[in-house]
Design a binder for this molecule. Structure first.
Ligand code: AMP
Length: 215
């Protein structure tokens, strides 16, 4: 499947994408994971992105498009991809449309994960993430803690609270979402690609998407 997952930070895009990869082998492409990996590795991209991310701001569109132009043309994308956290602005959505036309790829749909604001806030403050950039498994101290406190079940690395999950950065990220990313819902509605799902339970979302795609 070739999907865009839309939704506010904390709506469950990463969790749903990881579950969907198990349905048909499509790859998850998370710009947030790629950027966090680059910051940790200290690459040029990481150095340019770091301050924007810590402040809860978006990384400039040209940096993101540079990453995605290359990533979407890698061979593993031929079987399908789940875009998690991209596009995040109208210019990114326009550029993605041009890129997909150029490489002859058609999207199945853009799914908007709709979650009430109080649930989002609660999830973001209780979310924990594996610090290993190749893993980045997602946990929640209340609903899905690691078996051993602070240690990732999958790879054994420390599980941490992200730098951008302080209260201040969270409120900035939600503001940025409302201003820059929420308009993508109408963009994809006009493109005839939008599907909305009530996303309080990730398992229900995965079932509903699989049914809509017919797998
Ligand atoms: P996420 O893990 O998707 O919440 O992303 C974490 C941070 O990475 C965001 O708050 C942004 O600073 C940056 N980021 C991720 N994806 C994008 C994107 N498509 N455009 C701009 N910045 C992004």
């Amino acid at each position: 499947m070739k999907l865009i997952l839309l939704g506010a930070p904390g709506a469950g895009k990463g969790t749903v994408a990881k579950l969907l990869t198990e349905v048909d082998g499509s790859v998850q492409i998370s710009t947030g994971d790629i950027l966090r990996g680059a910051v940790q590795a200290g690459t040029e991209l990481g150095k340019q992105a770091d301050a924007f991310m810590k402040a809860g701001d978006l990384v400039p569109d040209d940096l993101i498009m540079g990453i995605m132009e290359a990533r979407l043309q890698e061979p593993d994308c031929e079987n399908g991809f789940l875009l998690d956290g991209f596009p995040r602005t109208i210019p990114q959505a326009e550029a993605l449309k041009g890129l997909l036309d150029k490489i002859g790829v058609k999207l199945d749909m853009a799914v908007n994960l709709d979650v009430p604001r109080d649930v989002i806030l609660d999830r973001l403050t209780t979310r924990r993430t594996c610090s290993n950039s190749d893993c980045q498994a997602i946990y929640n101290v209340k609903s899905n803690p690691p078996k051993q406190e602070g240690i990732c079940d999958k790879c054994g690395s420390p599980v941490i609270q992200r730098d951008d999950e302080t209260e201040e950065a969270i409120s900035k990220r939600l503001e940025t979402y409302n201003e820059k990313t929420a308009p993508l819902v109408s963009f994809y509605e006009k493109e005839g690609l939008l599907t909305k799902v009530n996303a309080t339970s990730s398992d229900v979302v995965v079932k509903s998407i699989s049914e809509k795609i017919g797998i």
